[in-house]
Design a binder for this molecule. Structure first.
Ligand code: SAM
Length: 231
């Protein structure tokens, strides 16, 4: 284990090879064109469960609009998954949907409306964003008018809707099923620059933060994930 003392901080500049392999295996399967947009999903356990499912199916980044607070909080339900899935906050729902559409995503609102189609009818191998509505009131009228389509999970029970994180899981695992079949997890989907950046941040979060504070690019990693530069 190679250590480096900087100021009062001790940094490890080498990681266990098994850990590096694991980080790469997960990053190799991240899907930059499959994402979730939450509209005012504010309960920490719901947001946490959403992020945890996103991590499980290889979503690279989640988008959020929160009218009440800028910094979403996570509960134990997340199991640390918030470290592995990027979270982008947007000022309002219109900006968020426009941003995703400009990135060529079809934006589907999970929304039990009269025009909603069964969620299994969608082709999730195309760039896709799933919009999830707030716990009590669901997707706002504004958002429902801006998205490309509404999708719904058929319900046969007495209760009208599912918990938002459950709805997210049902839809994302259908997306995962389609993407596995299409071989989208068999090839690296992230661009090389982003890949290099993220693997460094995952492997060395404290050193990455230090480089960002100094406005410096991250150093290169060697074959076994060791930092090649002298800190
Ligand atoms: N009363 C709200 C409504 O009418 O939409 C219920 C909101 S539900 C608890 C929270 C979110 O979960 C919804 O906005 C939707 O995004 C998602 N959701 C829950 N059940 C769903 C279903 N059966 N089909 C599609 N989305 C669903």
């Amino acid at each position: 284990m190679i250590k480096c003392l900087l100021g009062n901080y001790l940094f490890l500049t080498k990681m266990i090879p098994r850990r590096y392999e694991r980080l790469k295996r997960v990053l190799n399967q991240r899907q930059p064109d499959l994402t979730v947009l939450t509209e005012d999903v504010h309960k920490p356990h719901n947001l946490s469960a959403i992020i945890r499912t996103c991590d499980a199916v290889g979503v690279f980044a989640v988008h959020a609009v929160n009218r009440h607070s800028d910094t979403p909080t996570f509960s134990q339900v997340a199991q640390g998954s918030e470290k592995w899935v990027r979270l982008h906050s947007h000022p309002d729902i219109k900006t968020a949907i426009k941003y995703l559409q400009e990135q060529n995503h079809q934006v589907y609102a999970a929304h039990l409306s009269e025009t909603a189609i069964d969620y299994r009818q969608v082709d999730y191998t195309q760039p896709t964003a799933i919009l999830l509505g707030t716990e009590k009131w669901g997707v706002t009228e504004e958002a429902s008018n801006l998205v490309d389509r509404h999708i719904m999970i058929p319900m046969q029970g007495m209760v009208q809707s599912l918990n938002v994180s459950v709805a997210n899981a049902v839809i994302l695992f259908e997306a995962q099923r389609q993407r596995l079949k299409a071989g989208l997890y068999d090839q690296v989907r992230l661009d090389p620059e982003t890949y290099k950046q993220v693997i460094f941040e995952w492997g060395y979060p404290n050193i990455a933060a230090m480089y960002r504070r100094q406005g410096k690019p991250y150093p290169e990693l060697g074959e076994k994930g060791e930092i090649l530069a002298t800190l």
